[in-house]
Design a protein. Structure first.
Length: 257
């Protein structure tokens, strides 16, 4: 593995996936395919009770690669990215995210797919895609289901970034810890108590049942939003301007079309 590290903990019942590109743990095509590869191997392992995601270093993830959002690459990028969500959905294994530092855009959408979200006080969470003139297909489905339309629409339409404390207050996080080390220590205890004592096969059934409506809306809307992004949004001037201005490190000039 080039951009992720994988460990098996708690007597090999927990798969620990660590995003690690040496920088901001950007979810580019290489990293995303590595995640899919690991998830596909888990499918045949009946002993896995939990999959955890975290970022190496100070940040969870700066997000998906902006360079791969260009009109020429958007189709491939979204196809690969959305495959992660559909693969996790089909596994029905409980998932947990440990969030530190920046957790933005596609970097937040991966935790949004998880059943349990924990963070430390350094965490900054948001869906700032609109700042680049685009929108976030998976988050547009998952955020309203997680925290309700009022809070979700504020994040999705304004692109605001919130603290861990605010994220917990709106129901996005299960718990906030003082720092990354405390989070790691406390979550090891949490996993031992709440996950390891359960049957792996029963956990899958419980997860499938608990997420029935969540999974239904994800399967129904994700292909539609994929099409909306690639076939309509990326045909506009401003979506391309937003992406290109970011890459070129300049302020976007909107034409409102």
């Amino acid at each position: 593995m080039n951009k992720i590290k994988v460990e098996y903990t708690h007597e090999n019942s927990v798969t620990r996936i660590i995003l690690d590109d040496g920088k901001g743990n950007v979810l580019d095509n290489v990293m995303m395919n590595e995640i899919i590869e690991v998830l596909s191997t888990i499918k045949s392992n009946n002993n896995i009770k939990l999959i955890t995601f975290e970022g190496a270093g100070k940040n969870f993830s700066f997000g998906a690669s902006v360079e791969e959002h260009t009109k020429e690459k958007a189709e491939e990028m979204l196809t690969t990215f959305h495959k992660i969500f559909l693969t996790l959905l089909d596994l029905h294994i409980p998932t947990l995210a440990k969030i530190s530092g920046q957790c933005l855009g596609g970097g937040l959408e991966l935790p949004l797919m998880c059943n349990f979200l924990f963070a430390d006080k350094t965490a900054k969470l948001g869906q700032p895609e609109i700042v680049l003139g685009v929108f976030a297909p998976p988050a547009s489905i998952m955020l309203p289901l997680k925290i309700g339309n009022v809070r979700a629409e504020e994040l999705l339409i304004t692109g605001k970034i919130i603290s861990a404390e605010e994220a917990k207050s709106i129901g996005l996080l299960n718990e906030v810890f003082e720092d990354k080390q405390t989070m790691e220590t406390e979550l090891n205890i949490w996993i031992e108590k709440n996950i390891c004592t359960k049957s792996a096969s029963s956990l899958k059934f419980a997860t499938k049942a608990a997420r029935a409506s969540y999974d239904f809306f994800l399967k129904m809307n994700l292909p539609e939003f994929h099409k909306l992004f690639v076939k309509e949004l990326m045909e506009t001037n401003d979506a391309n301007e937003g992406i290109n201005s970011f890459i070129e490190k300049r302020k976007p000039v909107w034409k409102n079309n």
